[in-house]
Design a protein around this ligand. Structure first.
Ligand code: GLU
Length: 296
């Protein structure tokens, strides 16, 4: 049986949607409609200290105001602890996840002598905690790759950006699955939930593209299917940086959804539409021409 296209939009309720997040919402919705598929919404509220009370409901209202209604029930990651614990346990059972006792300071000082400036975990606790108390849990990248016969470099295809690759072991290191504060890490939660929601296609902002190789590795490690990916262009602020809540991105003004959707469509390279009534139908036709006719 042919697989049923299932896409998703997975906002973190750290505030209202901003113009950048509407681009990802609109693109993932258009891709699902254009494939005659399902569009799911998942509230990524695992990082509880960063979540803003009621932001989840406000986001769902914002989506509804734009005519973007989810198929099927909305999933809240805060209710998924058991599923993440089971996934971590299965990795531990295979010998592919280990406890780490390093503090942030220790990791940073190990890096000061390393060549790379990005946060690469040097694998300090891979062979044991050496008396330190366990803080976080990490994936043993090399162990997974060796056991499953995977190459050091993970190759993947982005439907907009083309061929991509990353050597996760070298460029990221053994990444965190469960944080020192006990919260579940984004990488584990997203992979477990994409599978649980039957997601086949991920369409999200380009700022998340460099998580993809880690997520593909985790999919392999957990015996889950690898997904199709498309990363959308970012909305840049006046400073040329990605528009985000951190650099003061304003929440979307949805008193005029047509205007907000028009701005998002422009970022996606979709032609201007004449009215809200036809907006989504026309945008869908343009999306199909741009991203589906000659890609999968
Ligand atoms: N929750 C993430 C965010 O809002 C998106 C995660 C994803 O799409 O994989 O940035």
């Amino acid at each position: 049986m042919a697989e049923v296209y299932t896409g998703r939009f997975a906002p973190s309720p750290t505030g209202l949607l901003h113009p950048g997040s509407l681009v990802a919402a609109l693109a993932s919705w258009l891709d699902a409609q254009s494939h005659g598929g399902q569009w799911r919404v998942r509230i990524e509220d695992v990082d509880t200290p960063r979540c803003v009370p009621q932001a989840d409901q406000a986001i769902l209202q914002q989506l509804a105001a734009c005519g973007l209604t989810p198929d099927g029930p909305v999933l809240w990651q805060s209710q998924r602890g058991d599923a993440y614990a089971a996934a971590l346990q299965s990795l531990v059972n295979q010998g592919w996840a280990y406890p780490c006792g390093c503090s942030r300071k220790e990791i940073e000082s190990a890096q000061a002598v390393a060549r790379h400036s990005a946060a690469i975990y040097p694998g300090t606790c891979r062979e044991g905690l050496q008396g330190k108390p366990a803080r976080a849990w990490r994936l043993n990248v090399q162990a997974v790759q060796t056991a499953l016969g995977l190459p050091d470099v993970t190759h993947w295809h982005d439907r907009r950006l083309g061929a991509q690759q990353q050597n996760v072991g070298q460029d990221v290191g053994d990444f965190v699955l469960r944080r020192a504060d006990g919260l579940w890490a984004y990488q584990l939660a997203v992979v477990v939930d994409d599978a649980a929601q039957g997601v086949t296609h991920v369409v999200r902002g380009q700022d998340l593209a460099d998580n993809t190789a880690r997520q593909i590795l985790l999919q392999h490690a957990l015996g889950l299917p690898t997904l199709q990916y498309l990363h959308t262009p970012l909305v840049l602020g006046a400073d040329g940086e990605k528009l985000s809540k951190q650099n003061g991105a304003l929440a979307l003004d949805l008193s005029d959804p047509f205007w907000a959707l028009g701005q998002a469509a422009q970022v996606l390279g979709l032609p201007a539409q004449t009215s809200l009534t036809n907006f989504l139908t026309q945008a869908q036709a343009s999306w199909t021409r741009l991203f589906i006719s000659h890609t999968s």
